[in-house]
Design a protein around this ligand. Sequence first.
Ligand code: SAH
Length: 358
Amino acid sequence: MRAPPPVNLLGLDRPALALFMRELGEKEYRAAQVFRRLHRGDEDPFADLPERLRSQLRGETVFSEPPLAADLLARDGTRKLLFSAGEDKIDSVLIPQGKRLTLCVSTQAGCPLACRFCLTGKQGFSQNLSAAQIVGQLRVASRLAFPRRVTNVVMMGMGEPLLNLPALLPALRVMTDSIGFALPPRRVTVSTAGVVPAMKILREGAKCALAVSLHAASDSLRDELMPINRKYPLAQLMEECREHIRDSRRDFVTMEYVMLKGINDGAACARDLARLVRGLRCKINLIPFNVFSGAEFLPSPPENILQFRDSLMKSGLTVTIRQTRGEDILAACGQLAGEVREGRKVFPMQKETREEAR
Ligand code: SAH
């Protein structure tokens, strides 16, 4: 009989690590000893353990990160990390913004949801990432960012996080554990295109902030832009958002709305949107559309975006406009495609970016 493959400790939350120790016949407090050192980035996470247990863990476990394949710096300071995940490449993006340093993390290689305005969606789905690969992105990024600390995490990289709950939930627990990465739950945001049944599981299973990729306020338009809406239409999605807020620990839902010229950026759409979210504690985040080659849509002109914002604000809504970051290295929303062919980057890179990246 072959030995089972080693367990990657990076993907185990504290309860899972405690269970693992118990199965080895060890006391549960050993789990906290290993967990604390592991996520603090100590060289030897087994330093507190007796020699016998140490050598057993060295044989049966690993703590391996996804290998870094490229590290690109944009002119605005945004930094894109490209990791290998088997045959695929996945991206994480580090976004400095004043005191904040946000890491945008991928949860899948590719994405099955096929939203029409999203480059990742155009690629199709390749694989779910493991909890260790999700946590690993934060671990590597934290090390590279040092001495700055990653203050926020957004699950807004490649993939639909809620189609990968078995990896997402433990990864969220490791990130928010007080002796793990110790990120405050409201600084870890899961963004979903609206996988309604999984939203309920997320609400019950993890502490985090919620963002919903809304993008249209009527079913007829949303059906066209986001095929997932045909399965879980707006009424169900909005009901689930209301449930989310009923929990007193959560203060609001972020509604993301990508601005597509002549499609969803007119006065009637603004009225529909205000009506749809009436009574829901939410913040609306307008996202300028990032164009990619082969895109079917055009970005709304800035004056349309401002008009749209003003109209929503007149209805009493809180609205922000997302600043587009890292466009020159294709690190902006909806531009993550992670692909590398024959070890060469296929994205056009500016000369200075290449130099800065060294
Ligand atoms: N699947 C999840 C997580 C991805 S988050 C979700 O849909 O929420 C990425 C965000 O960028 C989503 O709000 C997505 O709709 C948006 N986006 C996708 N393509 C975009 C583009 N070309 N320009 C701007 N935003 C885009």
